[in-house]
Design a protein around this ligand. Structure first.
Ligand code: ATP
Length: 417
């Protein structure tokens, strides 16, 4: 059950000092400042705070100058958004925004923004549980839309009927919060969401806006239930054609989460390689370079036809399989490895073979009198495979092996068994 006597014990002493300072600066300019949004929600829920959003009834940008001496914070201003960001280092990010009213001229539009009152600023927000405020001067809950009641009842509720139509990203946000906190949408909100999906308004969102929300989802511990929920309400299918997220992909996502490394990048790769949907690739186009590298590796894996899942491979074969594979892709393969053998094969390559020192290259072949051409690649790959297999670490040994191959005219890739 959330606590209403929330504040002091949820904010560290250091952060309280900083907030008092911000409050003082606001007072001196005749402004009022409030903690708003997710921070209030999370303090009431008693969960760990991430960043803090402050709304100022006044001009947030005019405050920027006042923060230059603010406990070593890095201050950034965004004039067109009338926003100031304080990077406090250890205490997280504090975003200070001018209180605003938003007007949406058509579904999924970016809103027109006007400076306004605290009420309007809270009313423009997504859900009642995110539309509460606490004055910095007098720490009492300001709750025009009964967000506290909805927190107690574990409900996600929009503030007005047009909310999802104005901004369909809120559907993704609602699903994320539902699953993160084990809440649910109230009946009316769910109905409004379904109507918005039926009208296909989410289709009007730009790829960037979909991406931003999907990235947030993919870093959440409950992301597979969030993806399932997207499918349950038809949002996934509407955004990404007829595709669905296979259960094998969800298992991969779980493995990636348990591995705890590069969760976002690896999860995107898992989705892209399992769900061949053009729109998905468009939305995740920022990850295209990595995805292409993964595809190149998969082509190689297929063309070699080696079974890595069921047994340990020899060193030469591991070299053949993984040489020139990007280290990030290797880590990805480890993270999603379907069996211990597969993982061990990747690890052995990474730990014992990846940085193997070779002393042979095209110049060596030239010095042996081999005419430049496609045979260079064949000879060098074949020689390196054998060198790794036999652990030939010295220059003389490597040169000798390559010379023998040249003399024998062995220009075909060696088959190791
Ligand atoms: P999280 O814990 O995921 O960071 P948050 O609620 O703090 O949750 P932010 O994306 O940082 O999420 O947004 C801060 C606040 O801004 C929200 O609490 C909400 O009040 C408001 N907000 C964010 N996105 C929207 C949106 N699309 N429509 C309306 N209000 C929004």
């Amino acid at each position: 059950m959330p606590k209403k006597d929330w504040i002091g014990d949820r904010i560290s002493e250091e952060l309280q000092k900083l907030l008092s300072l911000i409050s003082e600066k606001c007072n001196s300019l005749g402004y009022k400042a409030y903690i708003v949004g997710g921070a209030v929600r999370d303090m009431l829920l008693g969960v760990e705070l991430s960043d803090i959003d402050i709304t100022v009834v006044g001009d947030a940008q005019r405050l920027a100058g006042a923060f230059n001496d603010c406990h070593g914070c890095v201050v950034k201003t965004y004039p067109s958004f009338k926003t100031v960001t304080l990077d406090t280092g250890g205490l997280g990010i504090i975003d200070i925004v001018t209180a605003r009213r938003e007007i949406y001229n058509y579904p999924a539009a970016l809103p027109e923004v006007y400076p306004s009152s605290l009420y309007d600023d809270l009313y423009r927000r997504d859900f009642s549980i995110n539309a509460m405020a606490v004055s910095l001067k007098n720490p009492q809950l300001i709750d025009y839309f009964d967000g506290y009641g909805d927190l107690c009842n574990r409900l996600i509720k929009v503030l007005h009927c047009n909310s999802f139509v104005d901004d369909p990203t809120r559907i993704l946000r609602a699903i994320r919060l539902e699953k993160r906190y084990n809440f649910r949408m109230d009946i009316k909100t769910e109905r409004l969401m379904m109507a918005c999906i039926k009208e296909e308004y989410p289709r009007r969102l730009s790829n960037e806006r979909i991406l931003a929300e999907l990235e947030l989802i993919l870093t959440e511990p409950q992301r597979t239930s969030m993806l399932s929920r997207m499918q349950e309400v038809g949002l996934w299918q509407m955004l990404f054609g007829g595709s669905s997220v296979p259960s094998s992909t969800c298992r991969k996502l779980d493995r990636i989460l348990n591995g705890g490394r590069n969760v976002l990048l690896f999860s995107v790769l898992a989705l892209l390689e399992d769900i061949k949907e053009e729109k998905l690739l468009e939305v995740f186009s920022r990850y295209k370079t990595f995805y292409k590298k993964l595809e190149r590796f998969r082509d190689r894996e297929r063309s070699l036809g080696l079974e890595m899942k069921d047994k340990p491979l020899g060193r030469g074969l591991l070299y053949k399989m993984f040489a020139e594979t990007d280290p990030e892709i290797l880590k990805y393969l480890c993270a999603i490895a379907p069996t211990e053998h597969y993982k061990k094969n990747v690890r052995t390559y990474m730990q014992e073979i990846k940085d193997f020192m070779f002393y042979i290259d095209g110049n060596t072949l030239e010095s042996f009198g081999v005419a430049p051409g496609p045979q260079y690649r064949v000879l060098l790959e074949g020689a390196k495979t054998q060198i790794v297999e036999d652990k030939i670490t010295d220059i003389d040994g490597q040169l000798k092996l390559l010379k023998e191959m040249v003399q024998k005219g062995e220009y075909n890739v060696w088959e190791l068994t």
